[in-house]
Design a protein around this ligand. Sequence first.
Ligand code: ADP
Ligand code: MG
Length: 559
Amino acid sequence: MEKKEFRAESKRLLDLMINSIYTHREIFLRELISNASDAIDKIYYKALTDDSLRFDKDSYYIKIVPDKKNRTLRISDTGIGMTKEELEENLGVIAKSGSLAFKKENEIKDSYEIIGQFGVGFYSAFMVADTVTVISRALGSNEAYKWESQGADGYTIEPCEKDTVGTDIILKIKENTEDEKYDEYLEEYRLKSIIKKYSDFIRYPIKMDITRRRLKEGSENEYEDYVEEQIINSMVPIWKKNKNELTAEDYENFYSEKHYGFDKPVKYIHINAEGTVSYRAILFIPESIPFDYYTREYEKGLELYSNGVLIMNKCPDLLPDYFSFVKGMVDSEDLSLNISREMLQHDRQLKLIAKNIKNKIKSELEALLKDDREKYEKFYKSFGRQLKYGVYSDFGSNKDVLQDLLMFYSSKEKKLVTLNEYVSRMPEEQKYIYYATGESIERIEKLPQTELVAEKGYEILYFTEDIDEFAIKMLMSYKDKEFKSVSSGDLGIETQEDKNNGNGDDDVSKELFNHMKNLLAGKVKDVRASKRLKHHPVCFSSEGEISIEMEKVLKSMPN
Ligand code: ADP
Ligand code: MG
């Protein structure tokens, strides 16, 4: 039998591949710039190990030149360039990464900063261009070559002229169609904003000639255009700076520049982690609730960078739901640039980073609670409810992370207290942590059920939010002290003598209770005498796990 090879429609395959990896067309520029930056890194790396080479920082840059008349966009770099063979190898074979090979050949360890290694980024140029031309001269060679392609049907290579080492990539930008617009990739301001968005922290200058307007010399109302070369990217990101170089104001500026929020964050966290996984992160705990926070529309997540290049705007896998209010970014050299969302979810490095971040947020919130209670309470007013949801969801498995961050209003202190504070004040004979549920503090204070507990001198936590009691049920106990509702049947306070005495089993009482039960048939299960009432004649109580308040909530929930 004859064995045949599969034939793939390569152009369609290329389209498919590009479209499944990239969600936004504009990222072609990010990919080409990161390749250019890699190419400069490679010269830098060679210079480290080769004494005959000098790395003079000023002569290394990336330049972006749009040309509307010819509909071209040029991305030039002064990097290591490519020989004829390298052009064929690296650009002629899809999914072949010259950068990965370079890392291997030079035994560069993984933490080294070269970004590329997937060998597909370059082809994203075909999302916006009909023809891609690459003119390159390799380091140490006098010859230059021109590679050209209209997509996956193939490419041509021929010798050409180039005075300096490096690479020019020239994109022939597609014509607009009815549904798709490409003109924007020739507009200065648009290119500038794409560079700012994705490549702001590339280590080498990204230059552009920007057209500006000024008053003509000696004239009061005549203007003239002139061109000024500008560096578009800020190069050193704040998270790569040393903490001691930075002020609180720097962080606050970053917070507002990034549009994380309009408020002033109650806390910023700057992490520089090295070890099993290396990453840097700047995280913020906001003070006020984003308008859509407690809605379905709200998207949690942190910005994710791979070595200074933005991969994802909101990476949800970096934050547990209960910390979904945290804003900020993570940059790691251990992540690949072209990694897709689906792959990210399974990325081991990413999981490690997420775990690290979670623990850090927890400890920083605990520190805030300890050191600046006023600020913590501001934060808690906004996001305490989310923490309680966190305790409730996942069947209480997050309780170790969250229980010490919770606060409730205390009958004794008349302010928010933590569970730890409550327990440490408990008299020795007190068995339970008591709580009372109600619509407001004022209403709870009037509850007859609180009387006995209060008279005993015990502190009561007031639960005014629906979620409170549900969360506590998941916690079950704190430091071995169980929670007990003041309206539950057995408060664990009455002595045996109390119980035996006047428990309403004399005939007169029995008759009265039976009568009441008949009158209230279907509304109450039983009518009993109680020892807990002091000033009120009667109160409701519940027997099972579900309290009266919880029942109300459950009944009000849509099915
Ligand atoms: P990756 O960057 O993941 O390796 P790309 O498809 O982006 O994959 O690029 C393929 C290869 O082409 C790179 O690994 C590199 O060897 C080479 N290359 C691309 N652009 C340049 C450039 N501007 N200068 C030098 N080499 C480049
Ligand atoms: Mg690349």
